[in-house]
Design a protein around this ligand. Structure first.
Ligand code: FES
Ligand code: FES
Length: 165
């Protein structure tokens, strides 16, 4: 098995490491860098729980080889807050009881972050569409959608959302 020297920028910090050509990004992040928020569910691209952001876009880290992420910017849940300060999405998920077992939560929050970064005031339909690839077996999704809407309000003081009620 050939080894490759790669640099990964993870949550703003460069990691230089040798990886096998078939090493999956999820394994590098979880087991070699120690980022345990990255969850493995199916391992086959169906559940979304392994989602991380690659250059700001959600990707399934169980389907990506680490060599494909070379020199790219990777964000995991650990990279969202500032010190002890939670990201508004993290606060909203707690306040709106959008976390039960928590297995899907990092992927939900990262996917929502990518949505809000490109569309700061999404409609409920747009939120549903964006989160559609991440499965949650616990919450029934309503509290998750409510949490994303709350985060939008926190982040932008959105008036349009009020008008939709
Ligand atoms: S673990 Fe990657 S999609 Fe399920
Ligand atoms: S909170 Fe348990 S899978 Fe979503």
């Amino acid at each position: 098995m050939s080894k490759h020297l790669v640099t990964l920028n993870v949550n703003g910090e460069d990691h230089v490491l040798y990886v096998d050509s078939n090493e999956r990004l999820i394994d590098t992040l979880r087991h070699r860098i120690g980022l345990r928020s990255v969850k493995e569910g199916c391992g086959t691209g169906d559940c979304g729980s392994c989602t991380v952001l690659l250059d700001g876009r959600p990707v399934l880290s169980c389907l990506i080889l680490t060599v494909q992420a070379r020199d790219r910017r990777i964000t995991t849940l650990e990279g969202l807050g500032k010190g002890d300060e939670l990201h508004p999405l993290q606060e909203a998920f707690i306040e709106d009881h959008a976390v039960q077992c928590g297995y899907c939560t990092p992927a939900m929050i990262l996917t929502a972050k990518a949505l809000l970064d490109r569309n700061p005031e999404p409609s409920e339909e747009e939120i549903k569409e964006a989160l559609g690839g991440v499965l949650c077996r616990c919450t029934g999704y309503y509290s998750i959608i409510r949490a994303v809407r709350s985060a939008v309000k926190k982040m932008h003081g959105v008036r349009r959302m009020e008008n939709e009620r």
